[in-house]
Design a protein. Sequence first.
Length: 232
Amino acid sequence: MNEDARLSRREFLAVTAGTMVAIGLPGLFATVGEARQTELAAQLRPDGRPRVPPGQTVIERIEDMGGRPGSLRPEDFRLHVHGAVETPFNIDFREFMEFGQQDFICDVHCVTGWTLLDATWRGVPLSVLVDRARPSADGRFMVIQAAHGYTTSIPLDEARKPDVFLAHTLFGAPLPGPNGGPVRAVVPDRYFYKSAKWVEGLKIVSRDEPGYWETRGYSNSADPWKEERYSR
Ligand SMILES: Nc1nc2c(c(=O)[nH]1)N[C@H]1C(S)=C(S)[C@@H](COP(=O)(O)O)O[C@H]1N2
Ligand SMILES: [Mo]
């Protein structure tokens, strides 16, 4: 996203935040009010796609969708970038923070039907980490590896897009443990199960290795605008 789009989104949020109402529906999630929901449904993104993908309901704050956490202590963090690469490497949290840091504002879309708009994060683009490892010519996919064997995969081309990143900060505070602290992946334009929490490794592979949810009935392509929720 360019800087203009970021700024207009921030202003937009400031103007509208006061009108957001928690009605606690559907069921579990604090959704924004109905009038606001309709208004948002009419908006388009800078790329021309609807701001809110089909079948999604906008909620007010990020949810904790569970999963089995790794250690939440930055001192324990290690990131292994490996696989079909020329220069694999292994870094700790301090070394991770020495990579160029960027701010990101993005929307996230959970396959269960909620969408959170304008989440603000800080972290490192995946492309920077990938470039450091120098993928070999046959590297086509990235397996994002997380604590206790959770994995998810995305095409390497997707991983290299400038809006895909590893985050350590959410809304100006260290990423909360339940949301994947100290470091999680964020792949904004795919359903949120592609955004692995408690990340431990990035493995470049030549053939795709569909991950935890992708082998349990969820779509491997996971495009929210095509409603690719389930595999078939
Ligand atoms: N390591 C790990 N990452 C994970 C999961 C998980 O179970 N383990 N769940 C995924 C799913 S299904 C979703 S919807 C999002 C939820 O992120 P949140 O809890 O921050 O909302 O994390 C994704 N990343
Ligand atoms: Mo999910």
